[in-house]
Design a protein around this ligand. Structure first.
Ligand code: ATP
Ligand code: LTN
Length: 334
């Protein structure tokens, strides 16, 4: 705990254009929890390197992700928004925690299995130890709560296991973090294959709504969304396409499933898809407008990056020094 407030930690990889899934599953919760907690948000650029990146594009994308955090409503003067690679303590603690993590535990990670299948030509050790770096991110800041989408729950579990194992040997060093998964939008599915999650690395661009898609593109993608047989708007197990659209509509309008079923009673899929598209456009429009403004405010963003790097380093180093001392590493001579 930092002063009165508990600590929140989260972040995203700079691996592609953010999707509606990233927004509804994670970022929207960050904004809603923002006042209640002392918040740290990382641009996870070290994690992004587990997949090959083109340097110039990567640099641009990471900066754009930083700006998007701000555009989505996180004030960089009140929240510590920073680049993971600017705080060396992440990589250092990750090494130390590697020595407290078992191969068997990492072998069970479904994200590792999925990503190795997808990048069969580049199954690197970083992909395997990805969760250890994530544990380091969270534990360095003594986070109490970590808002993520459901797909990250397994990584949160291993973080807790590593922290508990360490604390058991060395005393109370780390706060044991809790995951925070929102009630709606925790898993937004692909618009083309509604049994798969919407993902920013999906090759089919019609499957995802990107946060910076213009209104026409958004409406067009919803019109083309794969739906199920029949024509009723009902939240039923055998209708994954309609369920996904209803979930998105709930997350963007606050309407319950019953209200939606009533609103579209006797109306067809076409009308419903258009309404979902319009609801999404109205949620994304203010973020897009703010993003355009912020792109012109380069020196403001630069100054925020600098100040927050220092703040993050201060907190992270405090934990790192404590861990080093507990482990018996020789202390620095000043
Ligand atoms: P990639 O396609 O590169 O694996 P991703 O789209 O899954 O990326 P991440 O950077 O891994 O995105 O995740 C960022 C955050 O967004 C995480 O908290 C994750 O749980 C959340 N998230 C990602 N996709 C979805 C989704 N479809 N629905 C809900 N939350 C999601
Ligand atoms: N693995 C996460 C990104 C991430 C993260 C974190 C999220 C890296 N480190 C620490 C929360 C806390 C993902 O979203 N794919």
């Amino acid at each position: 705990m930092l002063g009165e407030k508990k600590i929140l930690y989260s972040g995203m990889q700079a691996t592609g254009n953010l999707t509606l899934g990233n927004y509804l599953g994670a970022m929207k919760n960050w904004v809603s929890l923002n006042e209640e907690y002392e918040c740290f948000y990382g641009v996870m650029d070290l994690h992004s390197l587990t997949v090959r990146q083109t340097p110039a594009e990567f640099r641009k994308r990471a900066r754009s992700l930083y700006t998007l955090y701000v555009a989505a409503g996180l004030d960089p003067e009140k929240n510590c928004i920073y680049f993971q690679s600017h705080v060396p303590a992440h990589a250092e603690l990750a090494w130390l925690l590697n020595c407290f993590t078992y191969m068997g535990e990492l072998n069970r990670m479904t994200q590792f299995k999925d990503k190795s299948a997808k990048h069969a030509d580049n199954i690197n050790a970083g992909l395997f130890t990805y969760p250890v770096l994530m544990a380091a991110d969270i534990l360095l800041y003594q986070a109490d709560v970590v808002p993520v989408g459901v797909d990250q729950m397994q990584h949160l579990e291993i973080t807790r296991d590593i922290a508990e194992r360490f604390n058991h040997i060395y005393g109370d060093v780390f706060t044991i973090p809790e995951a925070y998964v929102g009630k709606v939008g925790a898993k937004v599915m692909s618009l083309q294959e509604p049994t798969k999650k919407m993902s920013k690395s999906d090759e089919n661009t019609n499957a995802s709504i990107y946060l910076l898609d213009d209104a026409d593109t958004i409406i067009r993608k919803f019109k083309r969304a794969v739906t199920d047989s029949g024509n009723e708007i009902l939240y039923a197990q055998d209708k994954p396409g309609i369920c996904n659209l209803m979930d998105i509509y709930t997350a963007t309008t606050g309407k319950s499933k019953e209200e939606i079923e009533k609103e579209f009673d006797g109306k067809g899929y076409g009308e419903f898809k258009l309404a979902v598209g319009e609801a999404v456009v109205s949620v994304l429009k203010p973020i897009q407008d703010r993003m355009k403004e912020l792109e012109q405010e380069k020196s403001y963003i630069d100054s925020m990056i600098k100040a927050n790097d220092e703040k993050a380093q201060y907190f992270a180093n405090k934990t790192l020094r404590k861990v080093q001392k507990k482990l018996g590493l020789t202390e620095r001579i000043r």
